[in-house]
Design a protein around this ligand. Structure first.
Ligand code: C2E
Ligand code: CA
Ligand code: CA
Ligand code: CA
Length: 276
C-alpha cells in the first residue's frame, strides 16, 4: 500500500508534469520546424587511405529560433516515438540527394559519396524502398553515391523483410553501412546475410582504444570480422593522430572524426574541399 501511495503521489509530481509539458511542447515545435524550414544538414568528411576525402555523412541539425542549434540527440528519439521521423527522414533524403546533385556539378566534389542515417522506424515503413527510389529519380542524383547507414536495432525486426528491402535498393546502386557496430544485438549469422558494404565501428570503442585493452580488442576484432566478410570498416569518432595510427596498424582504412573535421555546413564543406 505504501508503494502504491508513493506511485500515486508521483503521478501528480509537478516536476514530472513539467517534463510532460516540455515534451509535448517539443513535439509541437518539431512538427512546426519542418514546415518553417528550421532543419538543415551538416556534412562531416569521411577519409580514406592516405587522407583522401571520400565523402561525407549527413547529420541533421535544428536551427531553433530561441534555443539555437539543437543536436539530434535532443529530438530524434522523440521524432521516432511520435512517427514524425518519417516526414523528417523524407526531408533528410531529399536534401541529401539535392546536395549530391550539387556536388556532381563540380569536379572537386563529383566523386564524393554521401551517407544518410536511416532509423529503424523508417526502414520498417512499407513504402520506404519506393520512396527512396522515387526521391533519387526525382533529384537526378546518382544512386551509387548514396550510402544508407542502418543500425543493428533493425535486426530485431523481420530480417527477411529487411534483407528484401536492402536487396531492392542495392539493385539500384545504393550501398549500406552498419552504424554503431558492436553496441547492438548483431548476430553473426544475420551479418553475413545482409547486403552490406561497410561496418562502422562505434565511437565509444574508438574513444579509449589506446588506454582500454578491451576496447582495443573489440576494435581489432571488428576490423578482422569486416575483412573476412569482405566489408570495408570505418572508424567513427577519430579525434587523435594516435588513434588513427592504431586503427591503420590494425587494418582499418576509413575514418571519420574531429581529427579531420567537425560536421560542416554545406558552404563550409565546399570551402573545406577547395582548401585541400
Ligand atoms: P551517429 O550516426 O553515430 O553520428 C556520429 C555522431 O558523432 C555525430 O553526432 C557526430 O557529430 C559525432 N562525432 C563525429 N566525429 C566525432 C568525434 O571525433 N568525436 C566525438 N565525440 N563525436 C564525433 P550528432 O551529429 O550529434 O548526431 C548524433 C546522432 O543522431 C547520430 O549518431 C545519429 O544516430 C542521429 N542522427 C543524426 N542525423 C540523423 C538523421 O538525419 N536521421 C536519423 N535517423 N538520425 C540522425
Ligand atoms: Ca551515422
Ligand atoms: Ca555512428
Ligand atoms: Ca554512435
Amino acid at each position: 500500500a505504501k508503494a502504491a501511495g508513493r506511485n500515486a503521489l508521483r503521478f501528480f509530481d509537478p516536476q514530472m508534469q513539467t517534463a510532460v509539458n516540455a515534451r509535448m511542447a517539443l513535439e509541437g515545435d518539431l512538427r512546426q520546424a519542418l514546415q518553417l524550414g528550421e532543419f538543415c544538414l551538416h556534412y562531416q568528411p569521411q577519409v580514406g587511405d592516405g587522407g583522401r576525402i571520400t565523402g561525407a555523412e549527413a547529420l541533421l541539425r535544428w536551427r531553433h529560433p530561441q534555443r539555437g542549434m539543437v543536436a539530434p540527440a535532443a529530438f530524434i528519439p522523440l521524432a521516432e516515438e511520435s512517427g514524425l521521423i518519417l516526414a523528417l527522414g523524407r526531408w533528410v533524403l531529399e536534401t541529401a540527394c539535392a546536395q549530391l546533385l550539387a556536388w556532381a556539378a563540380k569536379p572537386a566534389t563529383a566523386r564524393l559519396s554521401l551517407a544518410v542515417n536511416v532509423s529503424a522506424r523508417q526502414m520498417r515503413h512499407p513504402g520506404f524502398v519506393d520512396e527512396v527510389l522515387a526521391t533519387l529519380a526525382r533529384s537526378g542524383a546518382n544512386p551509387a553515391r548514396l550510402k544508407l547507414e542502418l543500425t543493428e536495432s533493425l535486426l530485431v525486426d523481420d530480417v527477411e523483410v529487411t534483407i528484401a528491402k536492402m536487396t531492392a535498393l542495392k539493385a539500384s546502386g545504393l550501398g549500406f553501412s552498419l552504424d554503431d557496430f558492436g553496441t547492438g544485438y548483431s548476430s553473426l549469422s544475420y551479418l553475413k546475410r545482409l547486403p552490406l558494404e561497410q561496418l562502422k565501428i562505434d565511437q565509444s570503442f574508438v574513444a579509449d582504444v589506446l588506454t582500454d585493452p578491451n576496447d582495443a580488442a573489440i576494435v581489432r576484432t571488428i576490423v578482422a570480422l569486416g575483412q573476412s566478410l569482405g566489408l570495408s570498416v570505418m572508424a567513427e569518432g577519430v579525434e587523435t593522430q594516435a588513434q588513427r595510427e592504431f586503427l591503420f596498424h590494425h587494418g582499418c582504412r576509413a575514418y571519420q572524426g574531429y581529427l579531420f573535421s567537425r560536421p560542416l555546413s554545406a558552404e563550409q564543406f565546399d570551402a573545406f574541399i577547395a582548401a585541400r
